[in-house]
Design a protein. Structure first.
Length: 87
């Protein structure tokens, strides 16, 4: 019985030592993420021309959403095309 007790305590010692050494060591200092530099002017999106109206942009967004919805629903964008018949 005494031998079983000593073996059990001996098996509990290594995990305890690992926990103590993990808590005792200093955590490494984390540096902040590097700053992302701004894009150079030649690769930036050009400003919206003055001839573009907000309603035009809204109409384009509406068309894109309808295209996306038709793709998500599995509908063919060219719905008026007749199927090919074989003879």
């Amino acid at each position: 019985m005494l031998r079983n007790n000593v073996t059990g305590r001996a098996l509990m010692l290594p995990p305890l030592l690992l926990l103590l050494t993990a808590c005792a060591s200093k955590s490494p200092c984390l540096s902040s993420a590097p700053a992302i530099p701004p894009l150079p002017p030649e690769v930036r999106q050009p400003a919206t021309p003055s001839i573009c109206l907000p309603t035009c942009s809204a109409g384009l967004m509406h068309e894109r959403e309808s295209w996306r919805a038709s793709l998500m629903n599995g509908a063919s964008p060219a719905g008026n095309v007749k199927p090919i018949t074989t003879r």
